[in-house]
Design a protein around this ligand. Structure first.
Ligand code: URA
Length: 433
C-alpha cells in the first residue's frame, strides 16, 4: 500500500477502504508517513468529505492509536461532556459539580486552550496548587468517592489526534466536519465514559459558523458514539457572543465560583443547568423534568459548590479560593473600553474577543508557550445591552501594562454598535440525538 495512491484516490473523491485508513493512521503515528503527505490527504478530506463508514473507521483508528481508558471500576454510569471550543466557556467546572451533587459520575479529561478558545485545564491551573493529572487509580477512586474528577488528557490518549491536530492547526484544515468529528470522538471513545454530552458551539466564536454546519457536525459525532455503544446527545449552543462575563483563566474561575454561589450571569447559569440536566438523563438517573429541578436545587442549596470544594481538596488545590477571591491572582493593570455612542451592542465578533484576551496573555501564541492566568477581560455589556457614550463596556486585565492598548483596540473592533436593539437568541439553540 502506498500513501501516494491513497492521496490520489481521495483526491478523485473515491471512498477509502478501512485498511487504507488504518494504514494512514498507524503509519503517521509511528513516523513512517511524513507530515507533507498527511497534510495533502487532510486537504482532500476538507474538500471531498468522508462517508459514515470512513468516518467511523478513522475515529476508531485514532482512538486505538493509544491507551483506551477503562472506567469499569466506577460504580454507576460514567458521564462526560465535551465542548467543541468557545470563548468564556467555563461550563465544565459548573456542570461537573451540579451533576455530581445529583448523583452522577463525572469522569472528565479536558484540554488546554487552542487558538482563540480557552481550555478547562488552563483555567483550573489558576487555582493555587490544584493538580490536573492523576494516575488512573486515583482518578477512579475520586470519581467513586465524590462523583467528580477533572484532569488533563494523558500523553497516551489518542496520540494520532494530538499529531493530526497540530498539523491541521498549521495547514488550514481545522474546520472540516469529518476532521473535527473524528478528533473529538476519538478522544471521547478513548476516555472510556459510557455517556457523553456534546456541546456544539455555533457562531462567530465557534469553528462552526452556521447552525446547519453545527447540526451536521453534531449528527456525525452522535452517530459515531452510538455505533460504538455509547449514549450520546448533542446540544447546539450559541457562540455568537462570549458566554458569561469573564474571559481569561483566573477571571473565569471567579465567575465559576460566583455562579455556583447563585449569582452568576444569567446566560451561563441557564446553559449550565440545562446541560447538567441532560447529563443526568444520559446517566439514567431520572427524566428531564425531574433532572432540571434537581440541578436547580443543587445550585440553590449550595450542594454543587460543595462538590467543587471536594474536588479542589481531592486534587490538592487551595479550596480557600471559594471564600477568599484574593487568592486568585488577577492582572494588576486595567483598561476600560468605552462605548462610542448612545445605543446598543448589536453584534460581537466572538473570535476576535477571544483574540483580544490572548493578546493580554490569557492564551498561548505558540504551542506549549507560556500563559498568564491573571490576564483577561470582564465584559460589562454584551450583545443586546443598551449603552451610553463613554461608559465602560469591558475592563481588560493584564500583568504587563504595555499589552493593554493594542488588546483594547482589537476588542473594540470586535464590537458592532447601533441605534436599534438587536434580536438576542437563547443560548440553547437545538438538540441532536
Ligand atoms: N476540538 C477538538 O477536540 N478537535 C477539533 O478538531 C476541534 C475542536
Amino acid at each position: 500500500m502506498r500513501m501516494y495512491d491513497i492521496i490520489l484516490k481521495k483526491r478523485s473523491n473515491l471512498p477509502l477502504t478501512d485498511e487504507e485508513i488504518r494504514f494512514v493512521i498507524s503509519g503517521y503515528v509511528n513516523g513512517e508517513i511524513p507530515d507533507y503527505q498527511v497534510s495533502a490527504l487532510l486537504m482532500t478530506i476538507v474538500f471531498n468529505g468522508m462517508n459514515a463508514r470512513e468516518l467511523g473507521t478513522l475515529t476508531m483508528a485514532m482512538a486505538q492509536s493509544g491507551h483506551m481508558v477503562d472506567l469499569s471500576n466506577i460504580d454507576g454510569i460514567t458521564v462526560d461532556k465535551h465542548s467543541t471550543g468557545g470563548v468564556g466557556d467555563k461550563t465544565t467546572l459548573i456542570i461537573g459539580p451540579l451533576v455530581a451533587a445529583c448523583g452522577g459520575k463525572v469522569a472528565k479529561m479536558s484540554g488546554r486552550g487552542l487558538g482563540h478558545t480557552g481550555g478547562t485545564i488552563d483555567k483550573m491551573e489558576s487555582i493555587p496548587n490544584l493538580k490536573v493529572s492523576l494516575d488512573q487509580e486515583a482518578f477512579i477512586n475520586q470519581v467513586n468517592t465524590i462523583g467528580l474528577a477533572v484532569i488533563g488528557q494523558s500523553e497516551g490518549l489518542a496520540p494520532a489526534d494530538k499529531k493530526l491536530y497540530a498539523l491541521r492547526d498549521v495547514t488550514g484544515t481545522v474546520d472540516s466536519i469529518p476532521l473535527i468529528a473524528s478528533s473529538v470522538m476519538s478522544k471521547k471513545l478513548a476516555s472510556g465514559a459510557q455517556a457523553i454530552l456534546l456541546d456544539v458551539k455555533v457562531g462567530s466564536g465557534a469553528f462552526m459558523k452556521t447552525i446547519d454546519d453545527a447540526r451536521a457536525l453534531a449528527k456525525a459525532m452522535v452517530d459515531i458514539g452510538k455505533e460504538n455503544g455509547r449514549s450520546v446527545k448533542a446540544v447546539l449552543t450559541d457562540m455568537d457572543r462570549p458566554l458569561g462575563h469573564a474571559i481569561g483563566n483566573a477571571l473565569e474561575i471567579r465567575e465559576v465560583i460566583d455562579t455556583l454561589k447563585g449569582h452568576g450571569p444569567e446566560d451561563l447559569t441557564h446553559e449550565c443547568l440545562i446541560m447538567a440536566a441532560h447529563m443526568l438523563v444520559l446517566s439514567q438517573i431520572c427524566d428531564y423534568e425531574t433532572a432540571l429541578s434537581r440541578v436547580q436545587e443543587a445550585l440553590n442549596s449550595g450542594a454543587a459548590l460543595e462538590r467543587l470544594h471536594m474536588m479542589i481538596d481531592a486534587q490538592g488545590g487551595d479550596s480557600r479560593v471559594l471564600d477568599d477571591e484574593s487568592l486568585l491572582v488577577i492582572g494588576k493593570f486595567t483598561y476600560d473600553v468605552t462605548a462610542p455612542l448612545d445605543g446598543y451592542i448589536t453584534h460581537m465578533n466572538t473570535e476576535q474577543c477571544g483574540i483580544a484576551s490572548v493578546m493580554l496573555g490569557a492564551g498561548r501564541t505558540i504551542k506549549d508557550g507560556p500563559i498568564d492566568y491573571s490576564a483577561g477581560i470582564v465584559m460589562h455589556k454584551k450583545t443586546g445591552d443598551a449603552i451610553t457614550a463613554g461608559e465602560s463596556i469591558a475592563t481588560l486585565y493584564a500583568s504587563d501594562e504595555s499589552l493593554l492598548v493594542n488588546a483594547a483596540k482589537t476588542y473594540l473592533e470586535a464590537i458592532t454598535f447601533g441605534k436599534t436593539a438587536p434580536v438576542v437568541v437563547d443560548t440553547i439553540l437545538d438538540m441532536v440525538e
